[in-house]
Every structure is written in C-alpha cells, then in structure tokens.
Ligand binder design. Sequence first.
Ligand code: SF4
Ligand code: SF4
Length: 340
Amino acid sequence: MNLILKKDQLTDLLQTWRADYEVYAPQALHNFTHFLPLEDGFELAFNKAHNTRIPPKALFLPTSEALLKFTRFGGYEAVSTQVPPRLIFGIRPCDARAMTMLDAVFEQERYTDPHWKARRDATVVVGLGCHTPCQTGFCTTVGSGPFDRAGLDAILTDLGDLYLVETLTAAGENLFDQLSAAADEQTKRANELQQAAKESMPITFETEGLKEKLDANFVSPYWEEISRSCLGCGVCTFLCPTCFCFDIVDEAQRGERVRNWDTCMFRTYSLEASGHNPRPSRVERTRQRLSHKYTYWVDQIQQIGCTGCGRCVRYCPVGLDIRGMLRKANQLTTEVPHAA
Ligand code: SF4
Ligand code: SF4
C-alpha cells in the first residue's frame, strides 16, 4: 500500500512510536552517523548520502554480550532473551538485505541463536531508499539496489516535502495506519525516482563466472597481489553488515560467558591450540574474506554474501578497494594450473 507522510509530520510520528517501541534512527555522533535510540529532543541525521558507520547488525548481534552467567563452584543460568518491541527507522536497503543474509546463519532449522531470533522477532524495520548513489557503494552489481525491499516492513521514497511510504508487511501497515493513500501521480513520481536511482549506480565488476574463477585460483599469485598493502586491522570486516565472526570467552571475574565480535582478518582468529595456523599471513586471510563472500556464501545460500554497502572501501585505512580486487579477479581464468 502506498501512503503519504509529510516531512513536517515525521517528528510527531516518531514521538508517537516511542510510546510503543524503542525507536532507533540515524543520529550524528563524533563526525559519523549511528543508529542510536531516540531520546527527548532528538535530531535525525539520515539525509546523508551514505549509511551509518557501524552497520545495524550491531542492534541484533552486539559487539559484546553475555550468553550465560555462571558461578565459580558450579551452576549457571541463562541470560534473558526478552526484547521490548523495537523499531529501526531509516535503514538503507543494503543493510536491511544484509540482515536477511545473517538470518540464514543465525536462524537455521537445527541451530537457531535465541538472542538473534528474539531481537529480529521484536523489531520492525523501516527503510529509506537511496536517491543519490553513495560514492563507494555498488549494490546493483551484487543483486541489490537503492530501493531493494528485502528485509523491510516499509520503505520511504523522498518526494521533496513529503515521503511516499510503501508498506510491505502487516507490521509496516500497522505502523503507518493513520496516513492517507498516495495519489497515482505521487506513486508514478516515486517509481521514476527509484528507476533513475537504480540506473545511476554503475555495474562495477562482473559477477557472472566470478565464483568459478576464485574457486579455480585458490592457489594463485592474485591473493598476494591484492593483499600486499593490507594492515590486518579488521576494519573491513567489523564494519561489514554481513560479517558475523565471533569469539566466546569465559570472563571469570564477571562470572559470564561472553560473545565478542571477532574477525578472520586477525592472525589469532585461525590460530590453533597446537600453534599451527592455517591462515598464517594476510594473503590467506584476505583470501578467506573475499572467498567467504564471493564463493562460500554462494555455495551455502545461493547469494553473494556482500550487499555492496561500500563500508569496507570507505573505511579501509590504506584504501584497499574490494571493487578493484574483484575487477582483477575478473581477469583470472578458470583453468586450474597443472603442477610442473
Ligand atoms: S580495512 Fe583494509 S587494511 Fe584493514 S584489514 Fe581490511 S583490507 Fe586490510
Ligand atoms: S564486503 Fe564491503 S561492500 Fe560488501 S557488504 Fe561487506 S562492507 Fe559492504
């Protein structure tokens, strides 16, 4: 259903929702935007032409969280998975799609993560489509787009002094049930803007046959070439909306088993207790990062595990650009080199 929300109604509407939901929306903090809970006197910051620095996966998989509590002399108790109703407002479509991919990891038929599931079930997600392509994003290259609907309950299109709201689920309809219907002319204008936004995003590398090329070149000078300047800082993975590596440690002082974000770009991530490390250098770790997204996810969920959000490009301290890495991969062949 297409509805109309006047921009000068938005603050009041967000205030109304605060009575029923914990509302998160992009707000400015330390030169970046972040999804923060709305407090009295909030100021939104979602008119930037790119997404928040920390992806909204952090609202579902916190950087650090207790999984259970234990006592020194035996016995443990689970940590509550109760979550109040939540609303994420103004998420970009690439980040909403990323959460559907993480559902495939955390909500499997045999193994469901109760913390992830409780947060997902309690959260309504409202997206804001992207009119202006962000400089480092490449969503259309990887099968998403500036008005991708995946993972959203409603999506907004900016029509100047108002938004066209397209509700996509019953939760989205419920949220906006006091708005009036859009006129045909407004819907037509929104469709034109959405099409123009899509066409303004260039295809930055070829995905057809890419997996086969990366698979065939598991052993190749290509990996050394693309990882040469990598510092191993892990920023590309910590800020990636589809990366989900974590480590679990027992914090004896606190009596808690804690799950913390981790990254395959760190040497210690794959270091085994024997001292052997199957990914001893940044060459193998870069190969893992790219292969996970562009070959292993394709095998596992038949989708590239990258939504083209552009964060890894924007925040890499040495300017390593996954788009350039994959353009280079386009030049590889699928012929497996024979041993001499
Ligand atoms: S952000 Fe850049 S330097 Fe840091 S680990 Fe990733 S590719 Fe390497
Ligand atoms: S690999 Fe880079 S562009 Fe792709 S989803 Fe992760 S951070 Fe975004």
